[in-house]
Design a protein around this ligand. Structure first.
Ligand SMILES: [Zn+2]
Length: 370
């Protein structure tokens, strides 16, 4: 901020600094201001010169030589969640994450203020990207927050302002490539100043890679949005199309239509596909003789390799965009049900919990760990 553009003015007794709030101060051995403009009248320039014990000429030079240093917006790097590594520390990244755990929302103050003798201590906005380190210290290392130079030149302690609060949620995210479920550990994303609606399974975050209090890398995000609608609701068009294609069909024809609709590249497995279709269409629960009973079908494909078991479920998962996919040989019981992250005390949901009310595809089920 306020760096001199070239060596030419390096030896000036004073210089101009732009503060994060857009105001300017003239800095010598202390800072004078703030000003909202650099077109200062002569009386003001004289006052500054006196305060800083420099000549009026020096003040004038500083004002004239000031080059606004608008830092270009840092580029956002698109990465996979499991690519977060030390090299990306401090970088701004965009990730897509499958949410496997979320803390209760917390509230932190948006503004900190320098508790300064001048009575007008500078206000620090934790949402300002230039205050990333301050926000990091506020969350993980309050001791380092410490004292800070006020634009008046004095030093004051940072105190919280209670007038505006920010949402802060800790989210555990996994890479959205389902095929790797169980291979990678969740990464923590601190979402500050934004909130995700409840029930979101996948979301995109933009934030910075930083260290938490244990030097583990996390993402400190200020933006987060769901990747898609939470649940599927059939439209009127869907309903009429369904009637047109399926209502008039006889059972023998239905088998053929399903065989040609689901994973058409696999031939000779119409029964497996019928079983898949029935499973997908089974109700979660229904009333039978006055009692609510389980309605959903559990379907197990058994067979030699290369009989299309994996191909059929992956086709449904990818092409119909339904449910959750995991590999039994990579997923422990904990991966299926859930566990508590000891560091943040957040429950990390397993595959079956994530797919509550939806469908879970577990490939290589027999080799589930433990
Ligand atoms: Zn002050």
């Amino acid at each position: 901020m306020g760096d001199m553009a070239s060596g030419e003015y390096k030896d000036l007794e004073c210089c101009i600094e732009e503060r994060p709030d857009g105001f300017y101060v003239v800095r010598g051995d202390k800072a004078i201001g703030p000003y909202d403009t650099l077109l200062l009248p002569e009386t003001e320039r004289r006052k500054i010169a006196e305060e800083l014990s420099v000549t009026e000429e020096e003040v004038k030079k500083a004002l004239l030589s000031y080059v606004p240093s608008k830092e270009p917006e840092p580029d956002v790097i698109d990465i996979r969640l499991d690519e977060v590594r030390a090299e990306l520390h401090g970088k701004k990244v965009r990730v897509k994450a499958r949410i496997v755990g979320m803390s209760d929302p917390m509230a932190i103050p948006r503004f900190l203020k320098i508790n300064c003798e001048c009575g007008y201590g500078d206000v620090i906005d934790l949402l300002d990207e230039r205050e990333l380190i301050t926000l990091r210290h506020y969350l993980f290392d309050r001791k380092k927050l410490g004292r800070r130079l006020c634009s008046c030149g004095r030093i004051g302690r940072l105190v919280e302002q209670e007038n505006e609060m920010l949402d802060c949620t800790i989210i555990h995210g996994l890479d959205i490539a389902y095929e790797r479920f169980g291979e990678t550990r969740p990464l923590r994303i601190y979402l500050v100043g934004a909130r995700l609606p409840r029930g979101v399974r996948e979301a995109e975050f933009i934030g910075h890679v930083i260290r938490d209090r244990n030097n583990k890398l996390i993402i400190l995000a200020r933006e987060g949005r769901p990747l898609h609608e939470v649940r599927y609701e059939p439209t009127d068009e869907d309903k009429s199309l369904f009637k047109r294609y399926f209502q008039e069909l006889k059972p023998e024809e239905l088998l053929h239509v399903i065989d040609r609709s689901i994973c058409p590249e696999i031939v000779g497995r119409p029964e497996a596909k019928l079983a898949a279709a029935l499973t997908l269409h089974s109700p979660l629960a229904f009333y039978f003789e006055g009692k609510l009973i389980r309605g959903y079908i559990t379907c197990l494909f058994l067979g030699d390799t290369t009989t299309g078991k994996t191909t059929i479920i992956l086709w449904i998962f990818r092409n119909l965009g339904l449910g959750f996919f995991g590999r039994g040989d990579l997923t422990s019981e904990v991966g299926l049900t859930g566990a508590i992250d000891p560091e943040s005390n957040i429950i990390i949901w397993g595959l079956l919990v994530l797919a509550d009310g939806q469908i879970t595809f577990i490939d290589r089920c027999v080799s589930t760990v433990s």
